[in-house]
Design a protein around this ligand. Structure first.
Ligand code: GLC
Ligand code: CA
Length: 533
């Protein structure tokens, strides 16, 4: 199980209200007890934080708000001593506007650094129209016009995300060489994996055509991107031990998605179909089948993801009438039944932790945290919120600092002598969701995750391998994993009987005699069905 730490919000060691490396190091024991195999750290590099650190000014150092490179080296060593692998987040599509290359490029239209980005004249006689009408995943324009040193309007530059995040020109050998060196920098420091941000967006169609609804995108999943990952794979393969490349690849086409996982490219990619899927048996079964089929094409392990730092926490999603997730439909003020959402999230945990492949857990998911939807607008920092004109609630609601202990904010997020409050306010109701309040409480989300992860580690049938669907009533998912393991999830509205079993390993909620209630999952020990040969 791979655990995502979002450093700003995990634990604050020095009391300035922002999570940091010292805080993470102080909580490694918690992660070890939870049973995590690896930790993925969201970006911690020097950054003006226009996009919470996904705007990187220096890929080989640590932002002072988080700590120092020396502390990170100690963190990697301490994690390894606990048997925990480490994954750093590399952002290769764009850097920060404060990056020295971009600053040099802005300083003069003749600077060689211009070639490292997408500077382009505007359209029209005075160049006042942006070069293309490409729409950003962050809403709004993807081009910003520069001003020449003499004050006249100059070329435009491309930024698929915020203007503070200029896109690199991956056709340039210097960009490729630089990132190969950055990979080595982190691999040399012993990290076990690289999470690749916006991995499908690096290559652009250099003719800059308009995006059309039916044609291939000029900036997502352009074929030339694969060559980059082939060269990265050669690098990870050249290091001792297993070093993994894990891509953030949002693509609707499963075959195109699987292309990133060919044997000479990435090792894994996040399964956003599963994350966005409705809490519905038919939809989930179809998603699981498609996932496994797509991964089988390239012989890569599947991944199972319910939440991350970009999406509405699934306790909240699953309590809504529409349980799917998509950025396009994310809106303020959609009601959620958190009790129902929590029950479903518990069942979803048992589902995702027993499917074949790797499971990812986003910090706070194991505490059953919900999306914080009432953050005052002036405290929200996410550019998605601001750029949408407030239509999109933004992603701050899933980034609220973790509640560790105590009855009132900061709930142990910051030390007792803290000089500042957490960078986003925590709900007072989180007093029941702190790690301390849940520890030892058999009914808690935390103890469910601990038990499930321990069982996952102990059961030979879990982790990689195959699965077989079992016949089940409408609205029920049941599958077997050999040897001797069955998972049943009831997404229908009535309690259902269990298949034959020899023992109960774990249930996400109380059973009704031998009936599995709605929105509940169970792990069963079942008779060995695959005879040893
Ligand atoms: C990825 C990150 C997200 C960030 C975006 C731009 O989607 O997960 O947080 O805003 O890339 O870097
Ligand atoms: Ca701090």
């Amino acid at each position: 199980m791979i655990y995502q730490v979002y450093p700003r919000s995990f634990a604050d060691g020095n009391g300035d209200g922002i999570g940091d490396i010292a805080g993470i190091r102080s909580r490694l024991g918690y992660l070890s007890a939870l049973g995590v195999d690896a930790i993925w750290f969201s970006p911690w590099y020097p950054s003006p934080m226009a996009d919470a650190g996904y705007d990187v000014a220096d890929y080989r150092d640590i932002d002072p708000v988080f700590g120092t490179l020396t502390e990170v080296e100690a963190l990697i060593a301490e994690a390894h001593a606990l048997g925990i692998r480490t994954i750093v987040d590399v952002v290769p599509n764009h850097c920060s506007a404060a990056h020295p290359w971009f600053q040099a490029a802005l300083a003069s239209p003749d600077a060689p650094e211009r070639e490292l980005f997408w500077f382009h004249p505007g359209r029209g006689p005075d160049g006042a129209r942006k070069p293309t009408d490409w729409v950003s995943p962050f809403a709004g324009d993807t081009w910003t016009r520069t001003t020449n040193p003499d004050g006249t309007p100059g070329d435009w530059y491309l930024h698929l995300f915020a203007p503070e995040q200029p896109d690199f020109n991956w056709d340039h050998p210097r960009v490729r060489a630089e990132f190969e060196d950055i990979l080595r920098f982190w691999l040399d420091r012993g990290v076990d994996g690289i999470r690749i941000d916006s991995a499908a967006m690096l290559a652009k169609d250099p003719t800059l055509p308009e995006a059309t609804p039916d044609g291939p995108s000029p900036f997502v999943d352009v074929d030339a991107v694969h060559d980059i990952y082939r060269s990265w794979r050669r690098i990870t393969d050249s290091y001792p031990g297993d070093r993994a490349l894990i891509g953030e690849v949002w693509l609707p086409d499963h075959r195109r998605f699987a292309n990133y996982l060919r044997p000479d490219e990435l090792h894994a990619a996040f399964n956003f179909d599963f994350l966005g899927c409705a809490w519905d048996a038919d939809a989930l079964r179809a998603c699981i089948d498609t996932t496994l089929t797509a991964h089988a094409l390239v012989d890569a392990p599947a991944t199972w993801v319910l939440s991350n730092h970009d999406v509405t926490r699934h306790v909240t999603r699953y309590g809504r009438e529409d349980t799917t997730f998509s950025f396009a439909t994310k809106r303020e003020g959609v009601p959620s039944d958190l009790e129902l959402g929590t029950r479903r999230a518990r069942a979803a945990a048992l589902l995702s932790l027993s499917l074949p492949g790797a499971a990812y857990v986003y910090q706070g998911e194991e505490l059953g945290l919900w999306e914080v939807e009432d953050i005052p607008h002036d405290l929200r920092q996410d550019p998605m919120h601001v750029r949408s004109g407030g239509v999109d609630p933004g992603r701050d609601g899933c980034r609220v600092p973790i509640p560790w202990s105590g009855e009132t904010p900061p709930f142990g997020f910051s030390p007792d002598n803290a000089t500042a409050t957490p960078w986003l306010p925590q709900p007072a109701d989180w007093k029941d969701r702190t790690a301390a309040a849940q520890a030892g409480d058999g009914q808690s989300m935390l103890e469910l995750y601990r038990a499930a992860i321990a069982t996952r580690r102990a059961e030979r049938a879990l982790g990689d391998g195959g699965m077989t669907w079992l016949p089940a009533p409408d609205g029920v998912l049941a599958f077997r994993r050999d040897p001797g393991f069955t998972c049943v999830v009831n997404l229908s509205t009535t309690a259902v009987p269990l298949p034959p079993y020899t023992g109960r390993l774990l249930a996400s909620g109380p059973l009704d005699d031998d009936l599995l209630p709605p929105d509940t999952a169970v792990w069963l020990r079942t008779p060995e069905t695959t005879p040893a040969t």
